[in-house]
Design a protein around this ligand. Structure first.
Ligand SMILES: NC(=O)c1ccc[n+]([C@@H]2O[C@H](COP(=O)([O-])OP(=O)(O)OC[C@H]3O[C@@H](n4cnc5c(N)ncnc54)[C@H](O)[C@@H]3O)[C@@H](O)[C@H]2O)c1
Length: 343
């Protein structure tokens, strides 16, 4: 029987590459598109090392509609699209809003044009907990009212969700869902794949591991005067392999036509709030070393505290995270050490 063909955008990136691994393990055929804006084609070699499979991939900027159409012209059997491609740095989006709106919205519009014109039925969108802004009530579930959005990046996600919802309303062939990730961290259990930003990382865990390995001399903790238990921001960290697993489950849910409307959304988080200082302590315990960090003023765009209620994904997608904060730190650290030995 031929394998079900799935197109991933941003497949050379952090979450995309882990999802490719899970999709291959589950018997799907994967095609990836990326412009290596924040990644490298070497990702595909790592995927091959882990899975034994090589995958078809395109070096394309999805903001170019003509090139995007070409991918669909050349692959008539695509049954679903998982759209990861986006710029994702909150502070950079505050500094360069036009870049973020242009890249994240234009690429989404082009992909939506294609799934409509080429009759691709299933679509999954990478959204983010940043759409909740500073939520009044914690934990947040999918019905929590959207708060004040803190960054252009978060707006691209909220707007993206709205665009997809509007399209799914009028194009009845499209079944779409958005997954609002909380804070994906960690690396593949093989130690052979993990987060490898080409730009300086802004997310906490790569900053922690790069500080521990000596790539960053001293890391900054942005603010210790928030109204939280230790003054630092609180986030809901979730292992990247759990996020990847959720995509496979969400895809199966769509392919089996279990979604009773054309559009829905799901939170993907661990449900546990961990402060920046607690995350640092968890890492220090796992790695058995002291991190060099300093407290600096708050950073624009950061929300004070957020963690999820992911009951909907547990019930409908039959998804439950398997990794705790120590496993997240351990795998991230193994990956950083692997990089140090192999670069
Ligand atoms: N990592 C997180 O903390 C997090 C949290 C919530 C949501 N998300 C979302 O999940 C998705 C994947 O995130 P990630 O952490 O894997 O990021 P990433 O930067 O590692 O991967 C994104 C990939 O998209 C590619 N890309 C960007 N713009 C492109 C374009 N115009 N054409 C082709 N390729 C393009 C990049 O080169 C990169 O490989 C993004 O949409 C991000 O906004 C990430």
């Amino acid at each position: 029987m031929p394998k079900t063909q799935i197109l991933l955008t941003g497949g050379a990136g952090y979450i995309g590459s882990h999802t490719i691994i899970e999709l291959l393990h589950n018997g799907y055929e994967v095609i990836s598109v990326d412009n290596y804006n924040n990644s490298s084609p070497k990702t595909y070699e790592r995927i091959c090392q882990i899975t034994g499979d090589s995958i078809k991939h395109y070096d394309i900027d999805l903001c170019d509609l003509g090139l995007t159409k070409k991918v669909f012209d050349e692959n008539a059997e695509i049954r679903g699209v998982i759209h990861f491609a986006a710029l994702k740095s909150v502070p950079e989006s505050v500094e360069k809003p036009v870049l973020y709106y242009r890249n994240n919205i234009n690429s989404l519009l082009n992909i939506l044009d294609c799934i409509r014109n080429y009759n691709i039925p299933n679509f999954i969108f990478s959204s983010s907990c940043s759409v909740y802004g500073n939520a009044g009530q914690l934990p947040v579930n999918e019905d929590t009212p959207i708060g004040i959005i803190e960054s252009p990046y978060a707006y691209t996600k909220l707007l993206g969700e709205r665009i997809i919802q509007d399209c799914a309303k009028v194009h009845s062939t499209i079944k779409a869902l958005s997954l609002r990730y909380f804070n994906p961290v960690g690396a593949h259990s093989s130690g052979l794949n993990g987060e490898l930003p080409t730009n300086r990382p802004n997310n906490l865990v790569p900053v922690i591991t790069q500080t521990a390995i000596g790539k960053i001399k001293e890391m900054s903790v942005f603010g210790n005067d928030y109204k939280t238990r230790d003054g630092s921001c609180i986030r809901d960290y979730i292992h990247v392999s759990d996020i990847a697993d959720a995509h496979v489950k969400a895809l199966k849910y769509l392919l089996a036509e279990k979604q009773d409307s054309n559009y829905s959304l799901f939170n993907l988080g661990s449900g546990k709030g961990v402060s920046v200082l607690e995350a640092i302590q968890a890492f220090e315990k796992i790695a058995k070393l002291k991190l060099n960090y300093k407290i600096v003023p708050r950073r624009a765009g950061d929300v004070e505290a957020i963690y999820s209620d992911s009951t909907k994904a547990h019930k409908l997608l039959h998804w439950k995270p398997q990794h705790d904060i120590y496993s997240m730190m351990e795998t991230a650290w193994e990956w950083e050490q692997h990089l140090a030995k192999n670069q």
